[in-house]
Design a protein around this ligand. Structure first.
Ligand code: PBG
Length: 402
């Protein structure tokens, strides 16, 4: 404890410091008033035998206030803005609502069964009827957008992937069913050849190479086919150069000026897509996707992709995968004003599920935190397999702004 004289001198010193801080408007950390050690303390000053007292000695770390309580002369105390739930909610910078979430739905017609996907517990290949139920369920919880991914039977797969623009194919029929059942739902489709490719690649393969411009011809047919079926947005996930501009022209030429393009702008060649490829049976037939998807080591390159897509007429830009690429979301956010979508991909979903099934992490807390982190990084929209569950959790907590 300080003597009363020590306390007095430190109070005087403090008022000088407060005055200084006010006059210069600079945050100052006040040095504590020096205190004289007692004779006993001086005699036993051997550091090995003296226990450290933060309130004593020159430059004491902790001071004493008028009431004699420990006091650190710290004027900036950010904890004041965190002191209660009410204050925290008053100063919260970002919000997550079900309307920010887009639910991916896997569809198939191999059978009349809803087939669970082992590497994505809780997700299934839906029949078209159960797909419509999923859309209705999401809509009831405030999730308003959906993206469809088809599992295509092997006998329909070819190198040119012509099934991708079959007007009687699974996707156009699925889109029409969703729009008929829920006209208010925003229905998006994936534009890429891989589900229809016997090579398991996003483009046409010639001489072992994925060819760019011929692939775009197919993508244009696919996008127009989906637009005719009623799709609200098409999402090119192929990473061919120049596809956004070509898709915009194709859609416009056919009168679909209202159909938007959510471009997978910064899509990385990622190991996090594994469970998705299980779901669609779309693993690459040979090699990998590194000649078209981005190198995970590259951040600046994402800006090149994003600015090109914006210039070519994309309506939204997507970054994919999600959590390991939050920096990419932020970098694009800082230079482009279009809405940004983040794809919280299958491998990220699978890892949280696995941890939760083992009881090692709190699934609900981890998911809601993860989704909020996307918003903080700068994403407007989040594609996540957790969309409907997260919306349910938000509704349960009465924490929904619709
Ligand atoms: C296909 C496509 C992929 C994903 C979305 N669209 C896989 C890939 O590029 O191999 C991955 C989504 C996920 O992992 O959740 N072009």
């Amino acid at each position: 404890m300080n003597s009363s004289q020590d306390l007095k001198s430190s109070v005087t010193m403090r008022s000088v410091i407060v005055a200084l801080a006010l006059s210069s408007a600079t945050a100052l950390v006040a040095p504590s008033a020096p205190r004289m050690p007692t004779a006993l303390q001086a005699a036993t000053k051997d550091p090995a035998t003296t226990s450290y007292q933060p309130t004593e000695g020159a430059n004491a770390a902790v001071d004493t206030n008028n009431k004699g309580d420990a006091w650190v002369s710290q004027m900036q105390r950010p904890r004041r803005n965190r002191k209660s739930a009410g204050v925290r909610s008053m100063v919260r910078e970002n919000f997550l609502t079900p309307a920010n979430l887009m639910q991916p739905i896997f569809i198939h017609e191999d059978s009349n069964e809803v087939v669970p996907i082992p590497s994505m517990p809780g997700q299934s290949r839906h029949t078209l009827d159960s797909m419509v139920e999923q859309v209705k369920k999401g809509m009831a919880l405030g999730v308003k957008s959906f993206i469809l991914f088809p599992k295509v039977p092997d006998d329909l797969k070819t190198n040119f992937a012509d099934e991708c623009y079959n007007p009687d194919g699974i996707v156009p029929r699925a889109v029409a069913m969703c729009k008929a059942a829920c006209p208010e739902a925003t229905i998006c489709t994936d534009i890429a050849l891989d589900p229809y490719s016997d090579q398991g690649h996003d483009g046409i393969v010639l001489d072992g190479k994925i060819v760019n411009d011929m692939t775009i011809e197919q993508l244009c047919k696919q996008a127009v086919c989906h637009a005719r079926a009623g799709a609200d947005f098409v999402g090119p996930s192929d990473m061919m150069d120049g596809r956004v501009g070509a898709l915009r022209l194709a859609l416009d030429a056919e009168g679909h000026t209202d159909v938007g393009i959510i471009s997978y702008s910064a899509k990385y060649a990622s190991a996090f897509y594994g469970p998705f490829r299980d779901a669609l049976d779309s693993h690459p037939g040979f090699g990998d996707k590194k000649t078209y998807q981005q190198d995970p080591a590259n951040g600046r390159e994402a800006i090149i992709e994003a600015t090109l897509d914006a210039a070519e007429g994309a309506d939204m830009l997507m970054v994919k995968p999600g959590v390991p690429y939050l920096d990419v979301i932020r970098r694009i956010r800082d230079v482009v004003d279009l809405p940004i979508a983040a794809y919280h991909v299958s491998g990220e979903y699978a890892m949280i599920k696995a941890g939760a099934e083992k009881g090692w992490v709190d699934e609900k807390a981890i998911v809601l935190e993860t989704l909020m982190c996307f918003r903080r990084a700068g994403a407007d929209v989040i594609l996540t397999y957790y969309a409907t569950d997260a919306a349910q959790w938000m509704n349960d907590e009465g924490n929904v702004c619709l």
